[in-house]
Design a protein around this ligand. Sequence first.
Ligand code: GDP
Length: 216
Amino acid sequence: MIIKSVNLETVCGITSKLPENEFSEFAFAGKSNVGKSSLINGLISRKAYARTSAEPGKTQTINYYKVEYREKSQKEIEAQGLDASYAQEKSVYFVDLPGYGFAKVSMETKEKWGKMIESYLHTSKPLKGVFLLVDIRHKPSANDCQMFDWMVNSGFSPVVIATKLDKIKRSQLSARVKEIRSTLGMKSSEVLIPFSAETKQGREEIWAYIDSKNKE
Ligand code: GDP
């Protein structure tokens, strides 16, 4: 996927009203440190556009990145004799939900954030797809399971992204995927995509999913 432009358009705090966007939204949720910023930066081909969570729990916001993209470059279209429609510019919003699972945050704050995420999932009309990130090396936590259930209960078929793929051996992959699927209670029709921010493995598959849902 070719990225034309990226713009952090809206930042929402706990009391902010959520924006009414005209383009499809795709939301990213996951425990802090799971690799959410790295994934977003990988998808938008920027080194450090999405913030990495340096100060856990400090500035918890919902960030809306408007992303303009096209499927193929002019060069690829000419070289591969493709239809000109591949060059069509399209727009989506990446919605970066606050990372959860900070030990230091009070129960009250956790609950407020939980409510805000849940309400976003329930009410956003342009929301076309939700991604739940889990570290491929670890068994999903109770918070991960709760987030997965919120997504399902909001009517979505969550796509699980298993991050930090480069940190495991190839031989471990199928056992890791199996444990993540069974812990979250994923149906066989639900998709899990392993991703590495180092090698970018998984990037095109995630984009193909986003683009297909953006067409619906
Ligand atoms: P966030 O808190 O979920 O936004 O997580 P970050 O994107 O800031 O990543 C947390 C840490 O994990 C950072 O030190 C990243 O460099 C590292 N990290 C994230 N993704 C990957 C990955 O795919 N491979 C490896 N090896 N490290 C990663």
